[in-house]
Ligand binder design. Structure first.
Ligand SMILES: C[S@@+](CC[C@H](N)C(=O)[O-])C[C@H]1O[C@@H](n2cnc3c(N)ncnc32)[C@H](O)[C@@H]1O
Length: 437
């Protein structure tokens, strides 16, 4: 089936003839909802079947709002790495980038991959070995090439390598699978120095992303890893020990980092509700706690605990429980328990007596924090992060859908009611907290 999003706007760069580019999606990147980049190469087979020889170079298909004619989130959702697609569009003058008007799915990796995860060939190695990866008939290239309006630098000789931007994949994971990455991939001592520079740049970027009304100067902010500790401290300041000792429900608590800060460090009863929790669908102790390096160091410094199992036993003895449920189930259980219905179970009734509902970057459960707090008639504190606009199309502010982070904050405030307050936590990243007393 050919998918076309409604054509293009007048005045866009549509001068060339329409041509086809077919290939397997080796990599996929997007930039908001208006740009999607697919790197296409020759189709590979799953490991057990015969490998197709790699031939020419890989090419890039760009779905841009201006040319494709609509936002590209649907394409982003429909197309996965490993799928083979056919794109129709016009080539840019560099001959490597196709502006796409429409596309069709030729073959899904999910159908032919035999259950294997698709792994794109390591392009840097392939280049070194003298074969590229693509399979398309191409016009002969010229020089100018831009991606999403951003000029791409031509390949830079090694002597100028240090001036190139650092490759973010290389810096984060030590691997770069892009076929034509012009970024710098330092090694050895250069890599060590580059890592320091990279971290500084990341901190600067995080600082410059701070919200305009965030009062905390960057010198006072902690890194991402300390966010649970910062939030726990803030909860103690704002709600006070007496209330917190009545129990905290931590929605979407993940590995329980906030729960550790509250229960293990401060002896505050805490229950984590998250589909990632290890237990069953009833509140239960947290067996086999995964002790992080920092937690282990803390337990050693405070209690002289040396072995991993001693640390786990200590955590097990703390007032910390978990339950493997999404917040939606918890809301349902709370509703039943609050009605004192005969279906109510003692574990959930106990949870209903907890005093505060919290959520730190709770992803899709962000709205659920407020809903559960309302159901229980308790105060809440939530630190929202992502919007998940496509998963909650029913969320609206007057006539417009909730799409951005700012929309989400406004929508949560409206949903929670006029007594909702706002503060900022002292860490980099999404640090706005909405709460009620
Ligand atoms: C970004 S992580 C944050 C984890 C933790 N709060 C932290 O700050 O480290 C988001 C968590 O939300 C959980 N989550 C997603 N949807 C959820 C839902 N409907 N109900 C409960 N938890 C959910 C995920 O399992 C994941 O652990």
């Amino acid at each position: 089936m050919e998918c076309s999003a409604g054509g293009h706007f007048p005045g866009q760069r549509l001068s060339g003839p329409q041509e086809l580019l077919e290939g397997q999606v080796l990599h996929k990147r997007s930039c908001g909802n208006k740009l999607l980049f697919l790197e296409l190469g020759a189709a590979q087979q799953p490991k057990n079947s015969m490998q197709l020889p790699a031939s020419a170079q890989s090419r890039e298909a760009i779905f841009s709002f201006e040319v494709y004619g609509t936002e590209v989130r649907e394409v982003r959702k429909q197309v996965s790495v490993g799928d083979t697609v056919s794109c129709k569009g016009t080539w840019r003058s560099c001959g490597r980038i196709l502006d796409v008007f429409s596309y069709s799915m030729l073959c899904r990796w999910a159908d032919v991959g035999g259950g294997e995860t698709f792994a794109a060939p390591d392009a840097r190695k392939a280049d070194e070995m003298g074969h590229g990866l693509a399979n398309t008939k191409m016009p002969q290239s010229s020089n100018d090439c831009t991606i999403g309006g951003v000029p791409q630098p031509p390949p830079v000789p090694d002597s100028t390598a240090r001036r190139r931007a650092l490759c973010k994949f290389w810096m984060s994971n030590g691997i770069c699978r892009r076929t034509q990455c012009n970024c710098y991939h330092p090694e050895g001592d250069d890599l060590k120095a580059a890592r320091v520079r990279w971290r500084q740049e990341q901190l600067q970027r995080a600082a410059s992303n701070a919200q305009p009304d965030d009062p905390h100067p960057k010198q006072e902010k902690k890194g991402h890893a300390a966010r649970a500790a910062v939030f726990a401290e803030w909860l103690c300041e704002v709600f006070g020990d007496d209330i917190l000792r009545g129990g905290v429900v931590d929605i979407a608590g993940g590995r329980g980092e906030l729960a550790f800060e509250l229960s293990v460090k401060r002896n505050i009863p805490c229950i984590v509700l998250d589909p990632r929790c290890p237990g069953a669908d009833r509140p239960a102790p947290w067996n086999d706690w995964h002790v992080s390096r920092q937690q282990r160091a803390w337990l050693k410094s405070q209690f002289g605990l040396r072995s991993y199992s001693e640390c786990q036993a200590h955590v097990l003895a703390c007032p910390l429980r978990q339950c493997q449920v999404p917040v939606e189930t918890a809301i349902e259980k709370a509703r039943i328990s609050m009605k004192k219905s005969s279906e109510a179970s003692p574990e959930w009734e106990d949870l209903c007596s907890f005093r505060v509902v919290v959520g730190l970057h709770p992803d899709q459960a962000t709205g659920g924090v407020i809903e559960l707090a309302k159901e229980l008639g308790r105060p809440f504190a939530v630190v929202p992060c992502c919007t998940f606009a496509d998963e909650f199309p029913e969320r609206h502010l007057e006539q417009r859908p909730v799409r951005t982070y700012a929309d989400l904050i406004e929508w949560l405030q409206v949903t929670a009611g006029p007594a909702t307050r706002k503060d900022f936590l002292r860490f980099f990243g999404k640090n706005l907290v909405l709460f009620s007393r």
